[in-house]
Design a protein around this ligand. Structure first.
Ligand code: GAL
Length: 368
């Protein structure tokens, strides 16, 4: 996948053409009909429930935003695939049969769903890839900057291990699901930072991102390497970090090595405070989800200028070039910036995080 600097220039040109009415007159086949008003239905296909972000943040934020953009006349039709690509294909077909206005698609398997994307396109239904870059003729893509996620994780782990002072220090690399294109980008970004600075003793891809699969892989890694020789663990997300930490504890490790994560899940934020997990990556769900809702509504209502302004980046997928995109930045989440991230964005209340069990750990870092 490639990001290009010409995106801004390209969208400036598009804007000026659009304002002359040139583009509107020749809008592509399959484009949304500009006659749609507020009475629209946005289809939302999310991939799984094991990770709390989807049901706790992505869905409710998108629903609320669609409602507010359509003066409460628009609606969201939501389906979750429970990590099954087949189930997601059926859910997508149902939305096509129902003649939904636009689909926001977070793919379980970005390759397998290409067929569904093509069918939607043939039916005149725009598809916007949400968070994961689905293959096929998608109209747009919105996600976080996934290479940056991997770089932030890798850099943090290298810093925790002495900045490459001893490249023989062994780490375990626990990557995400092989059917999720983001997982490849997290891994590539992390490898850019890790290579030459540490020794990757064992590396796994984790089926369906499941914490229990990561835990089983970690048990195997501990058997092979020996718990005492593991200096750190690269975990691609927080759910898996939980399984990894459980495996380390079960092997009798009392001083846990640095373990990375992603998603700022509540349990992970709490582990960061108690020192069990080293870091996570905070992705502002409101920023991604609200922009996705804006893109979907603008697309259906034929608001081209607004849509272009929302998609000023460009990426390539294995099947499409120069996809109009928005890539949202991310930050490392550590003990030091809990207030400025998850609390400032209202993701969690202080009282959710600093329960009575965590009171003294919270006090130690002046939280609360
Ligand atoms: C990724 C997503 C992450 C995390 C992971 C596990 O695609 O970008 O935020 O949710 O899937 O589901």
């Amino acid at each position: 996948m490639r990001r290009t600097a010409i995106a801004l220039v390209a969208s400036t040109v598009t804007l000026s053409l659009a304002s002359c009415g040139v583009l509107n007159a020749s809008s592509e086949a399959g484009d949304a009909s500009p006659t749609k008003g507020n009475d629209i239905t946005v289809g939302l296909l999310l991939p799984e429930k094991a990770n709390s972000r989807y049901e706790s943040f992505d869905y409710p934020i998108i629903k609320k935003k669609v409602e507010s953009l359509t003066k409460n006349q628009g609606d969201v039709d939501y389906a979750n695939a429970d990590a099954s690509a087949d189930k997601q294909a059926a859910q997508m077909q149902q939305m096509i049969d129902d003649g939904i206005d636009v689909i926001l698609l977070d793919a379980v398997d970005s390759h397998a769903i290409a067929d569904g994307v093509r069918k939607a396109k043939d039916a005149g239904i725009p598809v916007i890839a949400y968070d994961r870059l689905a293959e096929g003729p998608i109209d747009a893509y919105i996600s976080f900057d996934n290479s940056l996620v991997g770089e932030v994780q890798g850099r943090s782990l290298v810093e925790a291990l002495g900045n490459g002072d001893d490249p023989s220090k062994k780490i375990v690399m626990m990557n995400g699901s092989p059917t999720d294109p983001n997982a490849k980008q997290f891994k590539a970004g992390a490898l850019d930072e890790l290579t030459g600075k540490v020794t990757i003793a064992e590396s796994y891809d984790t089926k369906d991102w499941k914490p229990e699969n990561a835990e089983a892989n970690m048990e195997e890694a501990i058997d092979k390497i020996g718990a005492d020789d593991i200096a750190g663990v690269y975990s691609a997300n927080d759910g898996m970090a939980g399984g990894i930490i459980d495996a380390l504890k079960a092997a009798g490790v009392t001083e846990l090595p640095p373990v990375t994560g992603q998603d700022a899940e509540l349990a992970a934020v709490q582990r960061i405070i108690t020192g069990e997990q080293y870091m996570s990556v905070y992705k502002s769900y409101p920023q991604e989800a609200e922009a996705a809702a804006e893109m979907a509504v603008a697309k259906v209502q034929g608001r081209d200028i607004q849509f272009d302004a929302l998609t000023r980046d460009q990426v390539d997928s294995p099947t499409a070039k120069d996809i109009p995109s928005q890539l949202v930045p991310v930050v490392a989440l550590t003990k030091n910036n809990i207030k400025d991230t998850v609390i400032a964005d209202d993701i969690y209340q202080l009282s959710d995080i600093c329960t009575s069990k965590l009171r003294s750990a919270c006090d130690e870092i002046n939280l609360g």
